[in-house]
Design a binder for this molecule. Structure first.
Ligand code: NAD
Length: 324
């Protein structure tokens, strides 16, 4: 039987879906999560319960920054591949809570690098973020992996770029194959309540006002969760050669304005939003737009689900979840 795959952040949004996909294809998966209370712990418990009901899945409640524990976990289970998704996410939260990012994103990433290095791991795939590209206007073409990443506008972005640099140095020093994935605004069923599409859904359905930042001028490359998982699993199956470290965008490659996203949500909910316009918040960027040609060349990746298809799927899930 193939060695188990370690998925960190398995009680998180992307982690749960990734673990499910791996289980679907017959892999054995060990999940790690510290179930922190950054958002609704009941949602993390519900995701974990879904996974724990599956054969071949084990959840370990641990902090990834505990490097001795991570080292032992990878060693004792003979883990050969790691999908490292655990992190403190959120741009705005990082301004108020910098040390949460130091622990989960910096110490946590280093801990996974050490665990991989000392145990002969064959491929470490880890989450980065579109935020590393900084604040750029929307232009005719998407952000490419070799574009400059020297001007992070949030602490979150700075920690994500730091993870890429740590990985680059480990690839040079110790040679185990690594792939970093820059995700672009991921949405879908079992998503994150701190993200705009989720909190807007709740508020519009309850008749509460929504705060629209950037006066509605922002645009995001909203990417449906199944497309993100296609990208993750595709990359996992295509490790770079020994000593290699590659970075890939995973996005929808078709940015949508915030106002259009809200209209799509209103249609899906059958209700009109009471919008309060607000200026851009510190740490926010104007637009994101993924060029996915590098990933396409590796795996044939093509995003399949448009925002107009994906948001109604989210709303349908949310209604079921809200009603227990
Ligand atoms: P999430 O918050 O739902 O999942 C992250 C999980 O990691 C959570 O369950 C959390 O409890 C866990 N975690 C955090 N710190 C930990 C620690 N120190 N030890 C153990 N577990 C810990 O977020 P997500 O949206 O699923 O994001 C997954 C990854 O993708 C993150 O690295 C995030 O930065 C990155 N990312 C997400 C998006 C997006 O739009 N969702 C975009 C870009 C990048």
């Amino acid at each position: 039987m193939a060695a188990p795959i370690l998925v960190t952040g398995a009680a998180g949004f992307i982690g749960m879906h990734t673990a499910e996909r791996l289980l679907d294809r017959g892999e054995t998966v060990i999940g790690v999560d510290n179930f922190n209370d950054y958002y609704d712990p009941a949602l993390k418990d519900a995701r974990a319960a879904r996974l724990e009901a599956r054969e071949g899945f084990t959840m370990v409640r641990a902090d990834i920054a505990d490097h001795e524990r991570m080292l032992a976990l990878v060693r004792d289970h003979g883990v050969e591949r790691i999908v490292h998704l655990a992190a403190q996410a959120g741009v705005r939260y990082s301004i108020e809570n910098p040390f949460a990012y130091e622990r989960s994103n910096l110490a946590g990433h280093l801990s996974m690098l050490e665990a991989a290095r000392h145990n002969g791991v064959k491929h470490l795939v880890y989450a980065s973020s579109s935020s590393v590209y900084g604040d750029r206007p929307l232009e005719g073409s998407g952000f490419r992996e070799d574009d400059p990443t020297t001007d992070p506008v949030s602490l979150y972005a700075a920690t994500k770029r730091s993870c890429e640099l740590l990985s680059q140095s480990y690839a040079k020093l110790y040679g185990f194959p690594q792939s970093g994935l820059r995700f672009f605004t991921v949405y879908g069923p079992w998503g994150r309540p701190d993200m705009a599409y989720f909190s807007f859904t709740r508020k519009i359905a309850r008749g509460e006002a929504i705060e629209v930042y950037g006066e509605g001028e922002m645009a995001r490359d909203f990417t449906y969760i199944d497309d993100i998982v296609d990208g993750i699993v595709g990359v996992l199956d295509h490790p770079p050669a020994q000593g290699g470290h590659e970075i890939y965008n995973i996005g929808d490659s078709s940015p949508v304005g915030l106002m259009e996203m809200i209209t799509t949500l209103e249609d899906a909910l059958g209700a009109e939003a009471d919008k309060v316009m607000r200026p851009m918040q510190p740490g926010d960027v104007t637009a994101t737009y993924a060029d996915v040609s590098k990933l396409n060349a590796l795996t044939g990746y093509k995003p399949k689900v448009t925002l107009a298809e994906g948001l109604p799927r989210f709303v349908k899930w949310w209604r079921g979840y809200e009603n227990g």
